[in-house]
Write a protein that binds this ligand. Sequence first.
Ligand code: ZN
Length: 143
Amino acid sequence: MIPTEELKKVLNIAGESIVENADGTIRLVATECKECEQRVFPPTAVCPECMSENTKLIELSETGTLYSWSVVHAAPKNWTTPYIAGYVDMPEGVRIFAHMVGIDPAILSFDMPVSVCKVTMGQEPDGKPIESYSFSPIALGEN
Ligand SMILES: [Zn+2]
C-alpha cells in the first residue's frame, strides 16, 4: 500500500480540490484568476500567470479527454505497480495529472473521452481507505 502522505503529495490532494456530490460523484475544483482568467489545478492562492491574489474557485466539468499516459513500473517502496500516470485535458483549459486505477492500458487511446471518478488508492494504517480522484474511459453509448 502507498503511504498516505506521499500519495497526497503526488496527487496534490487538498480538501478544496475535490467536491463530492450527494450521489457520490465527484468534481474537481480549480482556481480562476479574476484578473487574467488563467485557470489552475490544484487550486492556488496566487495566479501563476499574473501573480494576482484575486482568484475564485470553479468546479470543472465531469469529462475531459486523455492527453497522454504512461504505464509506470518503477515506483517508491510500498507503492503498488504497475500503475498508469496520465494527463487529462478539461474543457476549462486545465490539464490534470492523475493516477488511473483499475484500467487495462491497452484500451486507452489519445483524446479519448474520460470522466472523473473517485477511487480507492490504498489504505491508512488504521484500515481507513485512501480515496482520491481518477479518470476512467467513457464507454461507448454512455452519457
Ligand atoms: Zn492571473
